[in-house]
Design a protein around this ligand. Sequence first.
Ligand SMILES: NC(=O)C1=CN([C@@H]2O[C@H](COP(=O)(O)OP(=O)(O)OC[C@H]3O[C@@H](n4cnc5c(N)ncnc54)[C@H](OP(=O)(O)O)[C@@H]3O)[C@@H](O)[C@H]2O)C=CC1
Ligand SMILES: CC(=O)N[C@@H](CCC(=O)OP(=O)(O)O)C(=O)O
Length: 319
Amino acid sequence: MIPVSLVGARGYVGLELMRLLAGHPRFELVHAASRERAGQSVSDQVPALPASLRYSTPVPEALPALTSGAYVLALPNGMAGAYVEAIGKIAPDAVVIDLSADYRFDPAWHYGLPELAQSAPGHRIANPGCYATAMQLAVAPMLDRIEGPVQCFGVSGYSGAGTTPSPRNDPDALRDNLMPYALAGHVHEREVARQLRVPVEFMPHVAPHFRGLTVTANMHLSAPIGIDEVLDIYRRRYAKAPLVHVQDAAPLVRDNAGRHGATVGGFTLSDDARRLVVVATLDNLLKGAATQAVQNLNLAFGLDSLAGIDALASTETVA
Ligand SMILES: NC(=O)C1=CN([C@@H]2O[C@H](COP(=O)(O)OP(=O)(O)OC[C@H]3O[C@@H](n4cnc5c(N)ncnc54)[C@H](OP(=O)(O)O)[C@@H]3O)[C@@H](O)[C@H]2O)C=CC1
Ligand SMILES: CC(=O)N[C@@H](CCC(=O)OP(=O)(O)O)C(=O)O
């Protein structure tokens, strides 16, 4: 078994990672860190994990040396650096996956969106943002036909905002509501523009549901296209990607919540056939975070990319 350390184990993403690792045939969670839960058994949250494994206090210098293992960082943005530095000293060849935005713009790190990546991951992997994953899956197949900026309207469940209290994860503030935020310059706007090399105008919103997000992408095309050709482009692009489902109808958030994959659909053309609208949905905590991290871990260790991930399964939901 390949040993794995998880820092940020209490969070929404950390919990999903623990569940996935508990059922994985080749990875073994040997270290889980949380300030709030230090000393408690991880089996209190995930009964399939050994009762003997207790949360440690997260301290970079106290990480275990997993020379041929992996470290997964699921911390708030801006915190990964101290852990990456410590790992570089105690286990420089170990695999590190960071789920925050801290290394997504660092050319020394592999950007791990497996369905679109041009190369296999190395030992330093930046896991993409949740909306950024949906936007790229929606837009990438049309890249050589797009003219001008792509507009993306996004709506996320409030688990996307993590557990630190804010209006964006306050069920009272969100009740019967839709809350726009970061309407220009969101980090995922820059992330997608950098990866796809096309200008992106992203307008995120948060809604009262817990998990699952949707992105509606509006693309202006350099030449008219037929709807059958559009469908054919998407179906061919994702034919060998079991976690990306292509359908005619517009996907709904709740159909994908608690599932590992993303769904792309709702293909709609304007009358002049030069404006294409595409909808992509995924679970922000799974394909938008934990499932994608496990895909990256699998690939980094030469395993099947779906090892430990049942593409058709619906996971236990957290709320
Ligand atoms: N939520 C989502 O949908 C997605 C999140 N991400 C990214 O994944 C990361 C984790 O997100 P999420 O699980 O939602 O966040 P949460 O707020 O739910 O969890 C944050 C985690 O970090 C720990 N933590 C917080 N502050 C510190 C600190 N100072 N030192 C050590 N540990 C700390 C917390 O545990 P404790 O306080 O007990 O130490 C907790 O385990 C973030 O970078 C986020 O941007 C990426 C894609 C999707
Ligand atoms: C609803 C909500 O607040 N969502 C988060 C996205 C979560 C995510 O993917 O975040 P990182 O890029 O920080 O890893 C946000 O917009 O910041």
